[in-house]
Design a binder for this molecule. Structure first.
Ligand code: UD1
Length: 420
């Protein structure tokens, strides 16, 4: 088991690079199942979730080739349409092969993901949309068994779901007839999936609006695509710089994708400068101020940055409420932050109240999920003394060697092996 050992109180300075977004590359990788031709992806970070998706696609017969930061996926000899429990239980995004497999092969057997650390996370919306499109779906032995053929349909999502939007779009692009999706997710990662699908020959209108119109085609081709920058990794470096009162340049960073985050930092005297290829964050004159945080769908404040902002608010002047509107159980990191000296009242599963304190103190803490784990790392960067963040396999799911990037910025952080 590995952990991060952090000695706090170093300002972050220098430059760092962010690569393609985990949440964009995963659905795009699933989209490789829609064509027999190669899908050539660039700007890839080989995080553990990307490796898990590669392993899943390989188990289906997809040829996976990697080279530096590129990935070529060729689904010309699919040998199985079954996504096993081992993959889906490890990473929920594995479930997203359901739509493309069903559209192309008229059948798919995909393990149900089950619960997860941040809430129940059902898949009812995925199944509702595919059923509307004519799929015959039954659940047996923990698996969704779906059979086609599919047809175009008009789908109304009662709630915005990123994953259900990805899955339905992927099913619809290769399904005869017109599919209309009302209330799709508008996250930049959905836009990136659509951009790839269009390069592959998909016909999609209404992109960026609350009504997508998809005219199914009988065949899609291969494509080459550079994956959109990871806005949550960018936000992580931005908030870490704010907390340590540093100044950094984030190559590949895009402020337009994280406006809801940077807006909340402006009252703390943190400035941002966007260049052609980077985002410069200057917090050298910062005076951290508490601000309320309400998570919501894009372009609102991202739930994936909530834990990061909770750490920021822990050491800001004043009190602030954090309201989590997307997931029901996303405060698992709070008891660990409290152990570092944060003053936080948990009001209920959807909100906490944070009373800023002047400083945190290092402690041994445990990551319980990906973003909560990074929140603890940020707290460790400013805490007095030493912090040990355990269970960092959660963090490795979404960040490629986070410790190397933070070390490059002047942090004192090491990956250490623990016996237990
Ligand atoms: C994706 C992101 C995750 C991000 C989340 C919200 C990836 C790999 N993961 O997760 O990082 O935090 O979007 O931006 O891209 N829901 C239902 N029924 C469904 C599907 C979802 O009720 O069938 C609910 C969920 O429980 C949750 C809400 O809808 O409360 C939003 O979830 P969703 O947008 O689907 O999240 P994911 O796609 O799983």
């Amino acid at each position: 088991m590995y952990a991060f050992k952090i000695k706090g109180e170093n300002r972050l300075t220098g430059s760092v690079s962010v690569k393609g977004a985990k949440n964009a590359v995963l659905p795009i990788m699933a989209a490789s199942l829609l064509t027999a031709e190669p899908l050539h992806l660039k700007n890839i970070s080989f995080l553990s979730d990307v490796n898990t998706m590669n392993a899943l696609l390989s188990s289906l017969g997809v040829c996976v080739q990697t080279n530096a930061d590129e990935l070529i996926l060729t689904a010309n000899h699919i040998s199985s349409t079954k996504a096993a429990y081992d993959f889906v239980s490890k990473m929920r995004a594995s479930f997203w092969v359901l739509g493309p497999l069903l559209a192309r092969f008229q059948e798919a057997t995909v393990s149900l993901p089950g619960g997860c650390a941040i809430g129940a996370r059902p898949v009812d919306l995925y199944l509702m949309a595919l059923t509307e499109m004519g799929a015959d779906i039954r659940i047996e032995n923990g698996y969704v068994i779906a059979k086609g053929p599919l047809h175009g349909a008009e789908i109304f999502f009662p709630k915005v779901s990123v994953g259900a939007t990805h899955n339905t779009i992927m099913a619809a692009v290769l399904t005869a007839g017109t599919t209309i999706i009302h209330n799709p997710a508008l996250e930049p990662e959905v836009m990136d999936l659509i951009a790839v699908l269009k390069k592959m020959g998909a016909q999609i209108e209404g992109v960026g609006t609350k009504k997508l119109i998809i005219r199914g085609v009988s065949k899609l081709s291969g494509a080459t695509h550079s994956v959109i920058a990871d806005r949550i990794e960018t936000a992580s470096f931005v908030i870490a710089t704010a907390m340590t009162k540093g100044k950094i340049e984030i190559n590949g960073g895009r402020q337009d994708l994280i406006g809801a985050v940077t807006d909340l930092l402006l009252p703390s005297q943190i400035s941002f400068q966007q260049t052609d290829h980077s985002l410069i964050v200057d917090a050298t004159n910062a005076c951290l101020k508490s601000v309320p945080v309400i998570t919501s769908e894009y372009p609102g404040f991202p739930t994936d940055a909530q834990a990061l902002m909770t750490s920021f608010l822990s050491i800001s002047t004043g009190d602030a409420r954090v309201s989590e509107h997307i997931f029901e159980n996303r405060f698992m990191h709070i008891p660990e932050l409290q152990r570092m000296g944060a003053h936080i009242d948990i009001i209920d599963g959807h909100s906490v109240f944070i009373h800023g304190v002047p400083e945190l103190s290092g402690a041994t803490v445990m990551a319980s999920d990906l973003r909560g784990g990074v929140g603890l790392v940020l707290a460790g960067l400013v805490a007095k003394g030493e912090t040990l963040v355990k269970r960092i396999y959660h963090i490795d799911r979404g960040y490629y060697h986070l410790e190397e990037k933070l070390t490059q910025l002047g942090a004192d952080i090491q990956r250490v092996h623990l016996d237990d």
